[in-house]
Design a protein. Structure first.
Length: 261
């Protein structure tokens, strides 16, 4: 550690990385907090029906008891952002977790270095410094687990409820199970899975800007299983018109999407 802090280039690099994580993490937090996760439009006569709100429940949607509504591709309800994590804010939440973990780890390393060398550096800020260090000592391990879980869910195209149910995929919950996981029909390969959440282009992955065009009501699946909207021909046109109008989504080119398979 002494050699790292004696090197001006290393100190400058660490400072830049911390400030970039702080900046992008703050934007990600605001976006995750302010972006609606995606509420299911209320339509009658469609199945399956949610037992809590009696609304149609599209594939991969779940009912949030705290928000009292069904959320598209719901992952969980996060108390840190006081919002559900769903289809439209999942990327922001994942980036928030990543940048919080990196920034928190840097601050924690700085804290222990100063704590065991010379606390006089922080002078009158020692109580605040110690308080933040103590809090991060507790939070950083949970950030590690949360970040790994988010990355594994993105790679395998699963959500937290699906992981809990035992859906097949590269995630920590499946590693702890003793029984065989169920087939994951939504796993299109890790490249396409990542692009569905983070967008196309490596640099876009780390910017809090949602470029995904998944509508949340129909998902491309592997050839062995394709889940479609369970509506009849008369309902389909009216239904999709209402969905596209509310969420401002573009029409889907299924021929182009089929090439992925």
């Amino acid at each position: 550690m002494d050699k790292i802090y004696e090197n001006k280039f290393c100190r400058l690099a660490i400072t830049y990385i911390f400030n970039i994580c702080l900046f992008l993490g703050t934007i990600s937090y605001v976006c995750a907090l302010r972006t609606a996760p995606g509420e299911v439009i209320y339509l009658e006569g469609l199945e399956p029906v949610c037992i809590h709100c009696n609304n149609w429940q599209p594939p991969r949607s779940y009912h949030c008891l705290l928000c009292n509504k069904c959320v598209l591709k719901m992952d969980h309800h996060c108390l840190w952002i006081s919002n559900c994590v769903g289809l439209y804010n999942y990327k922001y939440f994942c980036l928030l977790s990543l940048y919080a973990f990196i920034g928190g780890s840097i601050f924690l390393a700085e804290f222990y270095y100063v704590y065991f060398t010379d606390m006089s550096i922080v002078k009158s800020w020692d109580r605040l410094f110690k308080g933040l260090g103590f809090i991060l000592t507790i939070l950083v391990p949970s950030m590690i687990f949360n970040t790994i879980q988010n990355i594994s869910n993105i790679i395998s195209n699963t959500t937290l409820p699906e992981s809990i149910k035992g859906v097949e995929g590269f995630n920590l919950l499946n590693c702890l199970r003793r029984y065989k996981a169920t087939y994951n029909a939504y796993n299109l390969g890790w490249v396409h899975n990542v692009e569905k959440v983070l967008g196309k282009g490596f640099l876009i992955w780390f910017i809090p800007w949602n470029t995904s065009k998944v509508n949340g009501y129909e998902y491309l699946t592997t050839p062995s299983k394709r889940e479609t909207i369970p509506v009849n021909t008369k309902q389909e046109g009216k239904y999709m018109e209402e969905v596209m109008k509310k969420y401002k989504i573009e029409d889907i080119d299924y021929d182009e999407l089929a090439k992925i398979q």
